[in-house]
Design a protein around this ligand. Structure first.
Ligand code: COA
Length: 221
C-alpha cells in the first residue's frame, strides 16, 4: 500500500497537505529533526538516524504491504514544506479490520500550531471512509501531553496502560494504549456485539462523528 493519496486540509492560517514524498525529501525528517532527543524521546526509538538509515527506511516503507503513509506538508506563501510524517501501519483485514496509527512532526518549531490535530482528522477520515477499518490503535507515553490531546480530540480513548514501559527524563513512564472506533452503525454494532459501550466510548464516538462530518465539509481529495 505504501503512500496514501493526497488530502488537503484547509485551515485559517495555513493549509496542511497529507501527500507522498520522495526519497530525498525524507532527509527533512533528520538533521536536526529526529537527531534531537526532544523529537524522539516519546517514541520507541533511541538512536539518531543518519542519511543511510533514512534511505533504508524510505525503501522499506515504499515497499511495505501493510501500511499507508503520508508526508505532512505545510503550505505557506504558495510553497510547501515537509514538516512530518503520519501513517496507518500493521493494517489487518480479518474478522475485524484494524491498524495502528503514528505521527511525528519532526520540526519542533511547528509544534503547537494544530498540525497534528488536523492531520489526525484527515487520517481518521481515510481509515474509516476509505479503508473500512473497525478500529485504529495508538499508544502514548505518559508526559506526551500534546500527542494525547490531539488523539483524544478525534475520539481516541484509553483501553489499558502498560506500566513502566519506558524511562524518559529520569522517570519510569507508563504507556496508555488507545483505540479509535469506527462510529458508523454497522462497524460500531459489529465491534460491540452484545456488550453495551460505556459513557466514555459513547462520547468518543460523538467526537469521531464530528471529525468525519468536518472532513466531509472541508477535506479536499
Ligand atoms: C506530539 C506531536 C505529534 C504533537 O503535534 P502538534 O502539531 O504540536 O500538536 P497540536 O498543535 O495539534 O496540539 C495538540 C494539542 O496539544 C496541546 N499542546 C501542544 N503542545 C503542548 C504542550 N507542550 N503541553 C501541553 N499541551 C500542548 C495543543 O494546545 C493542542 O490542544 P488544544 O487543541 O486543546 O489547544 C508533536 O509534538 C511531535 O511530533 N512530537 C514528537 C513525536 C511524537 O511524540 N509523536 C507522537 C507519538 S505518540
Amino acid at each position: 500500500m505504501a503512500f496514501g493519496p493526497i488530502m488537503t486540509i484547509p485551515n485559517k492560517n495555513h493549509t496542511i497537505i497529507l501527500a507522498p514524498f520522495e526519497r530525498e525529501d525524507s532527509l527533512e525528517f533528520i538533521n536536526p529533526g529526529m537527531q534531537q532527543m526532544g523529537v524522539t524521546k516519546y517514541l520507541s526509538r533511541r538512536s539518531a538516524p543518519v542519511t543511510d538509515d533514512e534511505y533504508e527506511w524510505y525503501e522499506s516503507i515504499r515497499k511495505a504491504k501493510d501500511n499507508v503513509i503520508w508526508g505532512v506538508w505545510l503550505e505557506h506563501n504558495k510553497t510547501r514544506e515537509l514538516v512530518g510524517v503520519t501513517e496507518l501501519m500493521e493494517i489487518r483485514y480479518s474478522h475485524v479490520n484494524q491498524a495502528t496509527s503514528g505521527i511525528q512532526i519532526s520540526k519542533p518549531e511547528y509544534w503547537g500550531m494544530g498540525i497534528a490535530s488536523l492531520a489526525h482528522r484527515a487520517r481518521t477520515w481515510y481509515a474509516f471512509e476509505q479503508m473500512g477499518l473497525h478500529r485504529v490503535k495508538s499508544a502514548v507515553i505518559h508526559g506526551n501531553i500534546a500527542s494525547r490531546k490531539a488523539l483524544e480530540k478525534v475520539g481516541y480513548t484509553s483501553v489499558y496502560t502498560e506500566r513502566n514501559d519506558m524511562f524518559v527524563d529520569g522517570q519510569l513512564r507508563h504507556t496508555d494504549c488507545l483505540e479509535l472506533l469506527n462510529p458508523a452503525e454497522t462497524f460500531w454494532a459489529q465491534w460491540w456485539g452484545s456488550d453495551t459501550p460505556g459513557e466514555e466510548a459513547a462520547k468518543a464516538r460523538e467526537r469521531t462523528v464530528e471529525t468525519l462530518q468536518w472532513c466531509e465539509k472541508h477535506l479536499r481529495t
